[in-house]
Design a protein around this ligand. Structure first.
Ligand SMILES: Nc1ncnc2c1ncn2[C@@H]1O[C@H](COP(=O)(O)OP(=O)(O)OP(=O)(O)O)[C@@H](O)[C@H]1O
Length: 300
């Protein structure tokens, strides 16, 4: 598999604040990556470093397996890390023509890119007449003009209404479908779930999880159990190989599973060892619960 970007122990300090701490991950061609974290977790700083607009403190990063200078590599990157900024009295097409001149690329692609973002029929409308969602879509078209290998977006749906959010997410999925690798920063779990194939979760600049989005919820779940002899219940649970962590809560026990187990199997095991349950509930954390647990796990 082709590697687009590698971060090795990247760290950025602003005076006493460590915005990015020892961050390592890899972006492989063809996937859609989300950097997911609460506000202030270091997402924008990370994107700024790899785009050469923020200086790193230590560690390093490598574009395209280090075969090119960062300056040349960035010519193959499309990025939107600030609010879209175009000339208000110029049309969408005129603005994109100007971008083509600045980027030294042919203006032939303007219509194709406007079509991808659903703005071809508005190409002759002035930028100032655009809604926020349309402005964001024009920015995406602009970032695509040089046919980048990777498109980088910082909080692409921030401030948009539900329809605008939906349109941007659809466009991102469409662009990914055309083979462009995508890296987006978001604080919205559901955005990452809907759009991304891979996720890097960060909190206070530190990586908490990286991997496939569909493997994020790979937990086997847990049982909530009650019995009159709670001590014996705990002892029996400790002896069972499928049970991991056991957490007492009021007058019940939460037993987390290391591997799949059906409630009938646990009930039979406990009954055969002389224990009758008064409550047996099997649950699985939602992705949101797991995300909140993850992002809260390191105290300040
Ligand atoms: N230029 C700067 N000077 C000082 N501190 C900064 C600077 N830029 C970022 N920070 C700090 O670094 C930390 C990470 O900020 P960053 O903007 O990267 O987070 P983020 O995850 O993108 O958050 P948000 O979603 O709110 O933009 C924050 O504590 C922020 O205050």
């Amino acid at each position: 598999m082709e590697t687009i970007l590698t971060l090795n122990n990247l760290t950025k300090r602003f005076g006493p604040i460590t915005a990015v701490k020892d961050l390592s991950f890899t972006i492989e061609k063809g996937n859609v990556y989300g950097i997911l974290g609460p506000n202030g977790s270091g997402k924008s700083t990370t994107l700024g470093i790899v785009l050469n607009v923020v200086n790193k403190t230590s560690g390093d990063f490598q574009w395209f397996e280090g075969n090119e200078s960062t300056h040349n590599a960035l010519k193959k990157v499309g990025a939107i890390i600030e609010r879209p900024n175009f000339y208000p009295y110029m049309t969408a097409a005129q603005n994109l023509k100007l971008v083509c001149k600045i980027k030294d690329v042919s203006p032939d692609k303007i219509d194709e890119k406007l079509k991808i973002v659903g703005l071809l029929d508005r190409k002759n409308s002035k930028f100032r007449t655009f809604s926020l969602g349309m402005k964001q879509r024009l920015a995406i078209a602009s970032a695509l003009l040089n046919d980048p290998e990777i498109l980088i977006l910082d909080e692409p749906t921030n401030g948009l209404d539900p329809q605008g959010i939906h349109q941007i997410r659809e466009i991102i999925t469409k662009i990914a479908g055309l083979g462009t690798t995508i890296l987006l920063a978001s604080h919205l779990l559901d955005e990452v779930e809907k759009v991304c194939t891979h996720v890097v979760i960060i909190r206070k600049g530190e990586k908490l999880y990286s991997g496939r989005v569909d493997e994020m919820n790979a937990s086997h779940g847990f049982f909530e159990l009650k019995a009159s002899d709670i001590i014996k219940l705990q002892e029996l649970l400790k002896k069972h190989p499928s049970i991991g962590k056991i957490v007492p809560k009021e007058n019940c026990l939460t037993a987390f599973l290391n591997e799949p187990m059906e409630p009938e199997t646990l009930n039979t095991y406990l009954f055969e060892h002389g224990l009758v349950l008064s409550q047996l509930v099997k649950r699985k954390e939602s992705l949101e619960e797991q995300f909140l647990q993850l992002t809260n796990q390191i105290s300040a």
